[in-house]
Write a protein that binds this ligand. Structure first.
Ligand code: HEC
Ligand code: HEC
Ligand code: HEC
Ligand code: HEC
Length: 438
């Protein structure tokens, strides 16, 4: 939940997003739990102000549906129904609940005249879309914005439906070009085949390389890793072969065509200038309005965390190495992006945020606890500082410490335990010296 004093800043950003959407023009959007946390009244007012076409089929607030459960678009002789669902069990504002999706969708679709396409905007766990498509056969396309989902090419769901997803955090733009065929049933890939063939050739090449690496690898661990890669590519090759076979199988009834791409929104894609200017101005305003920063000696820090500088006095070797790592620059990364006040980022770019007595969301982060310090991995150190031998810390932080932050979502799955561990060890040649002060 968002603490109240941060709401205006969050709202300002959400409002920018809505303004950007109306600049682009859009036919349906489903707010998620993060949007609803901004307050239903505010969201409804913004929808009115911007004309944002919210659609929520399974949201009830005070027994009412705050947004239309279905939108019907009739354009250029084509009719499309758009529905939207939130995941059951998402944290929603008081008085609101997300009801069972299948029941809500069936109710929303009852009495709808025939349309050419039924599109569901799904904010639930992507793996649940399969059962939902089976329960609601009218669905044609399910566009999922749940955590971790990216599907390319589209994933087949029961009842000839397809799932599309472009991941989270606005890194990718999903583009689906659809060609409806008169009397068509279900979808066939149009143009995906070449792409699949290319992916297959690449996977085969990588498998060959992994086989060579396995033969050349020295040591059990290296061999096991190379064999694991071979196994991974075997699975990938099988998956691609069956997709290609399915794309080549002639269909009994004519089917609609779909081509789907995921476009990376990297620096090569120019920002919409007017929206980018609005965003920069809002970020500068938020940074300038930030609460004064807590500075001063670590003694002014309450709680069990003392900050890395205190540790560095005794552990010169580890501290010197740590200062060269990305962890020591984690706060600077937020400064660089004008996001120091964004509580969405603080959890992983400051020390101790996962600890109940560490800095909490919405609080000013003490200077000593900015960035990913010693205590992020070794645990809170106040007791250890006053009695090093009597209050030992974790000597070898386990992988579970890393994956609190390297969670496979924010870091886009880049974390690899062995390679990453090598970069954070303080003594690459002798990992566990007898003298910890080295
Ligand atoms: C769940 C933890 C987590 C949260 C929350 C998080 N980050 Fe990160 N961030 C990481 C990790 C882990 C990396 C390192 C990824 C890697 O290179 O393996 C990272 C890397 C970065 C980088 C370095 C460059 C890059 O893109 O890899 C920047 C900049 C950054 N984050 C900004 C942010 C901002 C801004 C926010 C808030 C909107 C945020 N982070 C929220 C964990 C997080
Ligand atoms: C990203 C996690 C991480 C951070 C941050 C980190 N360490 Fe470590 N530290 C480790 C790991 C992992 C080991 C165990 C190394 C091994 O097993 O080879 C370790 C080991 C140690 C040891 C045991 C002896 C040694 O030198 O290996 C000391 C002392 C130590 N760290 C101090 C510090 C201090 C002081 C800081 C901050 C300046 C710090 N660490 C920051 C992960 C971290
Ligand atoms: C006053 C000096 C001093 C300070 C400050 C200090 N340490 Fe230590 N640290 C030691 C000594 C001495 C040992 C060895 C204790 C032993 O082997 O009995 C040690 C051991 C360690 C170890 C190895 C595991 C263990 O506890 O034996 C780690 C990890 C460690 N310190 C991390 C830290 C971190 C993180 C901080 C800051 C929060 C810190 N130390 C602050 C003196 C200090
Ligand atoms: C408190 C959150 C947190 C924890 C715990 C954490 N990391 Fe990180 N890690 C980050 C963030 C944030 C970054 C990106 C810093 C930046 O560039 O802004 C990062 C970056 C890294 C990088 C640099 C990636 C690159 O190539 O740019 C490595 C390597 C790394 N972490 C390894 C580890 C390992 C291994 C552990 C566990 C022993 C660990 N981290 C624990 C948050 C964390």
């Amino acid at each position: 939940m968002l603490p109240d004093d941060r709401l205006p800043q969050q709202r300002r950003k959400a409002q920018l997003q809505l303004d950007a959407f109306t600049l682009v023009g859009i036919d349906g959007m489903t707010p998620g739990d993060g949007d609803l946390a901004l307050g239903l009244d505010w969201l409804q007012a913004e929808a009115t102000r911007t004309g944002a076409p919210f659609v929520t089929s399974n949201l009830l607030c005070g027994g009412q549906t705050p947004f239309p459960p279905l939108r019907r678009i009739d354009k250029d002789g084509v009719s499309v129904a758009i529905l939207g669902i939130l995941g059951e069990g998402e944290t929603l504002p008081a008085g609101c609940e997300a009801t069972a999706p299948a029941v809500a969708l069936t109710a929303a679709l009852a009495g709808l005249d025939a349309v050419d396409l039924v599109v569901l905007l799904s904010h639930q766990d992507p793996s649940l879309d399969e059962a939902l498509a089976a329960a609601v056969p009218a669905l044609d396309l399910v566009v999922n914005a749940g955590i971790g989902a990216t599907t390319h090419p589209p994933k087949a769901l029961p009842e000839a439906a397809l799932q599309l997803a472009a991941g989270t955090r606005g890194k990718l733009l999903g583009l689906a070009r659809i060609q409806l065929q008169p009397g068509g049933q279900g979808f066939a890939s149009g143009g995906d085949l070449d792409d699949l063939e290319r992916q297959l050739a690449r996977a085969r090449g990588r498998r060959e390389k992994a086989v060579e690496d396995a033969a050349a690898a020295e040591g059990d661990a290296a061999q096991a890793r190379a064999r694991q890669r071979v196994g991974f590519y075997d699975g990938d090759i099988g998956r691609l072969e069956s997709l290609i076979a399915a794309a080549r199988t002639p269909q009994a009834a004519p089917s609609h065509l779909i081509e789907n791409e995921l476009l990376g929104l990297d620096v090569e894609v120019l920002d919409h200038a007017a929206t980018a200017a609005l965003l920069d101005a809002a970020k500068a305003e938020i940074e300038a309005a930030a609460a004064p920063v807590a500075v001063g000696p670590a003694a002014a820090l309450n709680g069990p965390f003392v900050g890395s500088q205190v540790c560095s006095g005794c552990h010169v070797g580890p501290a010197t190495q740590w200062a060269t790592t990305a962890h020591a620059r984690a706060w600077a990364s937020l400064v660089g992006q004008a996001r120091t006040q964004d509580q969405d980022c603080a959890g992983c770019h400051v020390t101790g945020a996962f600890h109940p007595e560490g800095p909490q969301a919405g609080e000013v982060v003490h200077e000593a606890l900015r960035s990913v310090g010693c205590e992020s991995c070794h645990g809170p150190g106040r007791a250890h500082v006053s009695d090093p031998a009597g209050s030992p810390l974790l000597r070898t932080p386990p992988a579970t410490a890393c994956i609190q932050c390297h969670d496979g979502v924010r870091d886009e799955g880049r974390f690899q335990l062995d390679a990453y561990m090598d970069k954070v060890r303080h003594h690459p040649t002798s990992p566990d010296p007898a003298d910890p002060a080295l």
